[in-house]
Design a protein around this ligand. Structure first.
Ligand code: AMP
Ligand code: MN
Ligand code: MN
Length: 325
């Protein structure tokens, strides 16, 4: 952490970058660090090379996030790129082009992080990257107001399934409590994310349930969404990111998977486990990454059915061998 903080202290112009297919922890980490650095007088641009899911648009700050092209157009000349919640360079889209050109610092909590930066603070014991950003901000002397506390809290809540997953340890509760004491509003985040669904999402989910397969005596459950299904229900991949959690919630399920054709022949594999199966290693073996209980991979050039034919037999074999973590 010291190295990363020192690198930030030295740089007056900082680019803060998150991962493609951004989630709540990623957006929280990007915005919390950007706001923190601005508040201590630095010039900052926030970058995510992907469309921000509509669910986060309620946060005013989201409008300030730029993709790689907009970053280039801005003419901004950063002295440091800080990458948050990212395990490997391919996860930052075209911001990868800056690696090797300017110093890069990483703040991340993924088990599969390959320490690709000049300065790496990687600690998989944190439930959320937002907890690490909170520590960096504090070390830099950033003062928290209600808004910053709420945004920072979002990452902790979303990456721990609203304080429910096994990664919700005492430190997670302590950090969340501290942010609430600083003015953070957890109900704002939970209503924005959990109680804000479009009816089209329910219709798509009904279709997903119809297609659901249950194997290994109920330990493995999976389903899929094709491009046609998204179109039929007026949805995009932004609408289906929570579905895998619903499948995981079925009694007796150890591994739940959603195969989603998010663009023609680009399939995102979203995986969750409950108690013992190590998904981070499995995800790595199919070209992705993540955490033991939540991991993913994006596979290009195949349709959903081809990807399932490739992934499911491999997974069944590994689950039958009973690989634990
Ligand atoms: P998701 O299922 O997309 O919500 O992702 C679950 C976890 O796996 C997150 O922590 C992601 O950062 C990670 N992850 C998802 N997709 C990939 C990928 N293509 N490569 C590496 N890590 C991924
Ligand atoms: Mn993330
Ligand atoms: Mn995260």
């Amino acid at each position: 952490m010291k190295e990363v903080v020192e690198a930030i202290k030295k740089a007056n112009k900082v680019l803060v970058v998150g991962h493609i297919m951004p989630d709540g922890d990623d957006i929280s980490s990007v915005l919390s660090l950007s706001k923190g650095l601005r508040s201590i007088g630095k010039e900052v641009i926030s970058g995510i090379d992907w469309k921000i899911p509509w669910i986060f648009e309620e946060l005013e700050e989201v409008k300030d996030i730029v993709d790689y092209q907009k970053f280039l157009d801005s003419g901004f000349d950063p002295k440091l790129m800080v990458v948050v919640d990212v395990s490997s360079p391919d996860r930052i889209g075209d911001f990868q082009n800056l690696i090797g050109k300017i110093p890069v610092a990483v703040i991340d909590h993924h088990a599969t992080n390959d320490e690709f930066a000049n300065f790496n603070w990687v600690d998989k014991s944190f439930g959320a990257c937002a907890q690490m950003v909170m520590r960096v901000n504090k070390e830099l002397g950033v003062k928290y107001d209600e808004n910053l506390a709420t945004i920072n809290l979002m990452g902790i809540l979303t990456d721990t399934g609203f304080l429910r997953f096994p990664n919700a340890d005492a430190r997670v509760y302590e950090d969340a409590t501290e942010l609430v004491k600083l003015g953070g509003k957890p109900h704002k985040i939970s209503s924005m994310i959990l109680e804000n669904k479009r009816i089209e999402q329910f219709h798509l989910f009904a279709d997903v349930l119809e297609k659901m397969k249950i194997e290994l005596d109920g330990k493995l459950v999976y389903s899929y969404i094709t491009q046609e299904m998204y179109k039929k229900h007026g949805c995009t991949d932004e609408d289906s990111s929570g579905f895998v959690h619903e499948l995981r919630s079925i009694r007796g399920v150890e591994v739940a998977i959603m195969f989603m054709e998010i663009r023609p022949k680009l399939v995102h594999v979203s995986m969750r486990s409950k108690e013992w199966f190590d998904l981070s290693q499995f995800a790595k073996s199919i070209g992705g990454g993540g955490h033991p209980r939540a991991a993913g991979a994006s596979i290009e050039g195949k349709d959903v059915f081809e990807v399932m034919d490739y992934v499911i037999p491999k997974l069944k074999e590994e689950m039958s061998r009973g690989e634990k973590s």
